[in-house]
Design a protein around this ligand. Structure first.
Ligand SMILES: [Zn+2]
Length: 118
């Protein structure tokens, strides 16, 4: 359920603020985000309303569904590989763009991805 954290941060809400809106304890939000617990349907519906997304989109962040994001070459803009970003730590990999032959480095994890030259 790391999507909840992603959406919460996008909406610039703290765990406290989100919990208050849902009428629940902050620890419940923390448990959802750490994957210790999953929200009940009523809370999912409320979350979807707050984040203006669908329940499906929220549920995508579940443990069984890895989120992958693709990156574009920082030199020529060609689409490169997709990486699983639903990890607890940042991973780093580098490669050569098959299109322009230049080197790139990808850092991915914790729901984010960043590509840089070299
Ligand atoms: Zn390239």
């Amino acid at each position: 359920m790391n999507k909840i954290k992603e959406y919460r941060e996008q909406h610039k809400l703290s765990q406290e603020e989100l919990a208050r809106r849902l009428g629940i304890d902050r620890s419940s939000v923390a448990k959802w985000e750490s994957g210790c617990n999953t929200p009940r349907l009523a809370h999912l519906l409320e979350l979807a309303k707050i984040f203006r997304c669908s329940v499906d989109e929220l549920a995508k962040g579940g443990d069984d569904m890895a989120i992958s994001k693709s990156v574009n070459c920082p030199h020529c803009g060609r689409k490169l590989n997709s990486y699983t970003v639903d990890t607890a730590s940042i991973q780093r990999t580098s490669g050569t763009c098959p299109s322009c032959g230049k080197r790139y480095t990808v850092e991915y994890g914790k729901g984010k991805i960043k590509v840089s030259k070299g």
